[in-house]
Design a protein around this ligand. Structure first.
Ligand code: GRF
Length: 200
């Protein structure tokens, strides 16, 4: 299965996908896309000789329509948002219906939505005094963090002293959960039955 990974920052989830032993021979990252001209994740992509694209309206960036053509010509079958911070235009989402997934660093449907990214999420979880947090992988629809949930993993945060500690624990499980879900999709073991996502 050929995949494209969308990023905005440091790219540790991208690296987890590229390093994943369970994805070897099952999934291949053919393109890395960012809303930035450059970011740490691009350096990760380049070190694996993967094509990079900066998407948007700015000069020298590829626009979403041309990106669709490019991803189709690369035979991309799955798009993985791994720390991509921009809302994707609906025309793009329509084109890749149920073929775009996102990883969110909390247990949706709590602590999601506009503005809930990066440390904002972990600060909100910390302030709520929640005793568990975790990671969620979900299908992407037209609004932030509302698509159907594919898989979640929890982590105990009852003893943490800071949002940073939550971030550290959650990131660790993100790096396991995302490759796991990609593997399941590659094996055709993620299906929507009776309006629910079922993993077999
Ligand atoms: C991750 O916590 C991801 O869940 C969130 O943004 C962060 C990206 O981290 N949406 P990285 O760029 O993969 O290191």
């Amino acid at each position: 299965m050929k995949i494209a990974v969308f990023v905005s920052g440091r790219g540790s989830n991208l690296k987890a996908i590229l390093d994943s032993a369970e994805l070897k021979g099952l999934a291949e990252v053919k393109a890395v896309v960012s809303d930035k001209f450059d970011c740490l994740a691009f350096q990760v992509a380049k070190s694996f000789s993967i094509k990079t694209y900066s998407v948007g309206d700015k000069e020298g960036y590829i626009n979403y329509d041309d990106l669709i053509s490019e991803l189709i010509s690369l035979n991309i079958e799955l798009i993985v948002l791994a720390g991509f911070l921009k809302l994707i235009p609906s025309s793009f989402i329509d084109k890749f219906h149920n073929k775009i997934i996102n990883i969110h660093p909390a247990l949706l449907p709590s602590f999601g939505g506009k503005g809930m990214y990066g440390m904002n999420v972990h600060k909100a979880v910390f302030d709520s005094s929640a005793k568990v947090s975790g990671a969620t992988v979900h299908f992407v629809d037209f609004t932030y963090d509302t698509g159907k949930i594919i898989a979640q993993r929890c982590v105990d945060i009852s003893d943490v002293n800071s949002p940073e500690e939550i971030a550290e624990r959650v990131l660790k499980i993100e790096h396991e959960l995302l490759p796991f879900v990609i593997k399941k999709i590659a094996l055709n073991q993620v299906n929507i039955v009776n309006n629910r996502v079922i993993i077999t």
